[in-house]
Design a binder for this molecule. Structure first.
Ligand code: HEC
Ligand code: HEC
Length: 426
């Protein structure tokens, strides 16, 4: 956590301005096309959207579905990891939401706090969205393209891309030979990496659009004074914030922050730091991968972390849309919000069970942590919450689902109501 004073919600005031422009720029439109293009995977069967959907699965019988930017197969079936472009290829980590990811600062060491902050991925190894968006194309358990030139050759097949790259970036796709015409051992033309990098830039621009960053959950309208929490939700937020109770806001801040220009940013429910909350291993991941060492497992961090102080730490993820993004945690070991909340409350007080396949998992006990080093015992693990208090915290987290005007059935926030915030992302 970052040791910032928690602001009281009652003291906050908001600017009621029109919602951020939802029309996409030309670069964002290119980004959207790339994000959805299955031709950019080796078997032409997978795009970013496959694992970070732009349309939702219904989370409530009466509701319109809200996009959660996760793998719908996982949220529907409870499977922890996604399938790749190549049959039977699977990763070892649960796909986090691409929604609100744009707010993660560039990965850095914070001198004042003495901890790592920001970056993309569970271990922060991509500094920002542009670096992140280049990885899935070439990842053998994801889109599995052999190299950048092969990706650029797929781009070349689409005349619309050729036009857009020329207009936006003065890069001529037609001037690059297709990789299938390459001579034996021919090096990729220099411009290839430039084109590849700009494709990632366009995707990142799209991920910064209002489509991924809606700020129109019930929570946002309550903060703006437009509607009210139920008694249970209000109790849940109080417990979430209370350092003597849930203490969730220590790492998932629920208060307004201010950007460099003094503008108010609604809470993202993450401080973008890293922690080992003692997640048990998930034996349901195909191939039972080795324990994931997180931030401290990165080669670059390992070199400068002789005490292994970062081992087992993963990025604190945003809790926006959390109700519709099961399963939970970097390895998807928790099936429900009730279960992960019970874990925070009783990790250190329940008995032990051998693993997450034991019938007593989460009922009579918890397995040992995936990585035993650096488990946080100061802020979580034995919260002393009653069952009713756990329930209230879960009820509160369910207010963080976007598109509340559409699914909330709340006369104070009719369908089409705009977000109370204007947030631009640089
Ligand atoms: C096969 C499924 C799959 C595909 C395809 C895929 N991703 Fe992901 N994505 C994941 C997984 C799994 C992670 C977490 C991996 C890790 O942390 O090492 C992830 C992480 C991310 C993150 C980091 C979020 C955060 O808060 O740290 C972003 C952003 C993202 N993906 C965007 C994309 C984009 C853009 C594409 C297309 C270029 C893409 N993904 C393609 C599965 C996928
Ligand atoms: C010390 C920091 C810290 C505190 C306190 C904390 N969390 Fe977390 N939270 C994390 C980290 C780190 C992760 C990711 C851990 C992982 O996957 O290994 C996480 C993950 C989660 C997730 C799953 C996110 C996802 O995308 O799968 C939920 C839900 C969650 N926390 C809810 C809570 C609640 C509720 C509380 C209070 C009872 C709480 N957290 C307290 C650090 C914290």
């Amino acid at each position: 956590m970052i040791a910032k004073p928690a602001l009281s919600i009652a003291l906050l005031c908001f600017s009621f301005t029109a919602q951020a422009q939802t029309k996409l720029t030309q670069e964002q439109q290119l980004g959207r096309l790339l994000y959805q293009d299955k031709n950019l995977s080796t078997n032409r069967n997978q795009s970013c959207e496959t694992c970070h959907a732009l349309t939702g699965i219904s989370h409530d019988a009466t509701s319109q579905s809200t996009p959660a930017f996760v793998d719908p197969q996982n949220s529907k079936n409870g499977t922890p990891v996604s399938l790749g472009s190549i049959p039977y290829a699977t990763g070892t980590l649960n796909a986090p939401s691409a929604g609100y990811a744009a707010f993660s600062p560039i990965f850095h060491w914070d001198e004042t706090e003495g901890l790592y902050v920001g970056g993309q991925f569970w271990n922060g190894r991509a500094a920002d969205l542009v670096a992140q968006a280049q990885k899935p194309f070439l990842n053998p358990v994801e889109m599995a393209m052999p190299n950048e030139w092969a990706v650029v050759s797929r781009l070349k097949e689409n005349a619309r891309y050729a036009r857009l790259f020329l207009n936006l970036y003065q890069l001529d796709l037609n001037a690059v030979p297709h990789i299938k015409d390459a001579l034996f051992q021919q090096q990729a033309p220099e411009v290839v990496s430039d084109i590849f990098q700009h494709a990632a830039q366009a995707i990142a621009a799209f991920e910064k659009s209002a489509e991924f960053n809606k700020f129109n959950s019930k929570f946002d309208y309550v903060m703006a004074g437009v509607t009210r929490f139920t008694a249970l939700e209000r109790q849940g937020l109080a417990l979430f914030n209370d350092e003597q109770k849930g203490n969730c806001a220590a790492c998932h801040p629920s208060n307004i922050s201010t950007d460099d220009t003094g503008k108010k940013i609604p809470p993202l429910f993450t401080d973008f730091t890293y922690d080992n909350i003692g997640l048990p291993r998930n034996l349901n991941i195909p191939g039972t991968p080795e324990p994931d060492l997180g931030l401290g497992g990165r080669a670059d961090i390992r070199k400068i972390d002789p005490d292994r102080a970062e081992l087992g730490k993963h990025k604190v993820m945003s809790l926006r849309n959390i109700a519709i993004t099961p399963p939970y945690g970097h390895n998807g070991v928790f099936a429900t919000l009730e279960q992960i909340t019970h874990f925070y409350n009783t990790r250190d007080t329940l008995a032990a069970v051998p693993d997450n396949r034991s019938p007593g998992f989460g009922i009579s006990g918890w397995p040992k942590p995936e990585v035993g080093k650096n488990v946080n015992h100061d802020e979580l693990g034995d919260l002393g919450l009653t069952a009713a208090e756990e329930k209230a915290i879960v009820a509160f987290m369910k207010t963080l689902t976007d598109d509340y005007p559409e699914w909330g059935n709340d006369p104070s926030v009719p369908p089409g109501t705009q977000s109370p915030f204007t947030v631009d992302i640089q």
